[in-house]
Design a protein around this ligand. Structure first.
Ligand SMILES: [Zn+2]
Length: 389
């Protein structure tokens, strides 16, 4: 039993194929080309068929900060409540055509991401394929909720696991891997300078110890870094991806390109936060400038939005901003498909439309490789050969 999807065109890896069709058998693509036949045909006239989209920086356990500020989500919302919310977030994400996420930390919700991933994999709930980070690891005292904002005789939960010194950090890496982390997420800097400015937190040696322990366990490392020094240490320590990178200099982007460290620019997070709370530090402007600098330096740039800061299912915002800040629509789509699949080490299975790949597909009206706005006009989503309701 095979299904043939017949759109106006098939787009894969930056190339448009007018008049192609795609045959799906079981959970895989069994053929893609101009002369494809099968048992059943789905007519998608006027649509473009793309590989399922990937967002390589999400937080399913968070919801927009203009609904509830981050501190209140961490301190006042029970883990069970947050998990229930995340179920609806996963569903909205999949319906928007994002069939795979790298979810970079539960932000105070323990290992709830591992439970969500399991429920999706078992078919209990609808959602994208997940690579997860469980709890991120932060330098002790260098994350939130900030102790100075509350009575200092109160012990509050933190949004990530605290660790200091190579021994503690190595232990934390191994614990997160044991809890189900596919990626180890570190915070390389945070707003803990004397005037709330962003400064590097983990030392280079601490970061190297974390990366070595993670890689030894087969887990790649994602480092949150918004200031240049945090990014520089991450790139020297052997991190696999750097998240945000708003304050990166030309030299640091050159180092990232040389060491093959990918950047996830999270332009939509900078913009959303500026829209909610104002932007005294001009983060959105710096994010756009850094994005241009990283492109000029030849850094591998994936598509990662930091969704959760803004509504789940609205992940296409990141591609729209990538285009607004200088990428072609075609390049942004490549970032969100084959580049992201390579970053997530699933390039043989996902991110392209070709025989043998998993049948994760999205059809949209119009041609998003010319006009990125077409990504919002989702006609059909398929994950592993099953049409999403
Ligand atoms: Zn994030």
């Amino acid at each position: 039993m095979s299904i043939v999807l017949r759109p106006a065109r098939v787009w894969s890896n930056g190339v448009r194929h007018e008049g192609w069709a795609v045959r799906v058998a079981g959970d895989r693509i069994s053929a893609a080309g101009p002369d494809v036949a099968g048992d059943e045909t789905v007519d998608l006239a006027g649509a473009t068929l793309l590989p399922g989209l990937i967002d390589a920086h999400s937080h399913l356990l968070l919801h927009p900060y203009n609904e509830t500020v981050w501190d209140d989500q961490v301190l006042k919302e029970q883990e069970a409540y947050r998990t229930v919310r995340a179920v609806t977030h996963a569903q909205a994400t999949l319906r928007a055509g994002f069939t795979c996420l790298r979810d970079l930390g539960t932000e105070g919700a323990g290992c709830a991401d591992a439970a969500i991933k399991r429920a999706i994999d078992e078919g209990l709930i609808a959602g994208p394929r997940l690579q997860i980070a469980t709890r991120a690891i932060v330098a002790t005292g260098c994350y939130g909720p900030a102790r100075a904002a509350y009575r200092c005789d109160c012990a509050f939960p933190q949004g990530a696991q605290e660790a200091g010194g190579a021994d503690e950090i190595v232990r934390a890496v191994r614990l997160q891997a044991a809890c189900g982390a596919d990626w180890i997420k570190l915070y390389g800097d945070y707003r803990v300078g004397p005037h709330g400015e962003t400064v590097a937190t983990f030392s280079l040696d601490e970061m190297k110890a974390a990366v070595e322990a993670a890689h030894s366990l087969g887990r790649p490392v994602a480092v949150h870094a918004a200031c240049d020094e945090g990014m520089r240490r991450a790139a020297h320590a052997g991190a696999d991806t750097i998240e945000h990178g708003y304050g990166g200099t030309r030299e640091t982007f050159a180092l990232m390109a040389k060491n093959n460290v990918a950047l996830l620019p999270t332009l939509s997070a900078a913009k959303a936060i500026a829209d909610y709370f104002g932007d005294p530090h001009q983060r959105a402007k710096h994010a756009a400038e850094a994005f241009a600098e990283a492109r000029a330096a030849g850094v591998v740039i994936g598509c990662g939005s930091d969704v959760g800061v803004f509504p789940h299912g609205d992940n296409a915002r990141e591609l729209e901003l990538m285009v607004a800040h200088g990428m072609s629509a075609n390049e942004a789509l490549v970032a969100a498909t084959s580049v992201n699949a390579a970053i997530l080490r699933v390039g043989r299975e996902l991110g392209e439309i070709r025989q043998g790949c998993l049948a994760d597909l999205v059809a949209v009206d119009g041609d998003p490789s010319v006009d990125i706005a077409a990504l919002r006009k989702v006609r059909l989503v398929m994950k592993g050969g099953t049409t999403v309701e």
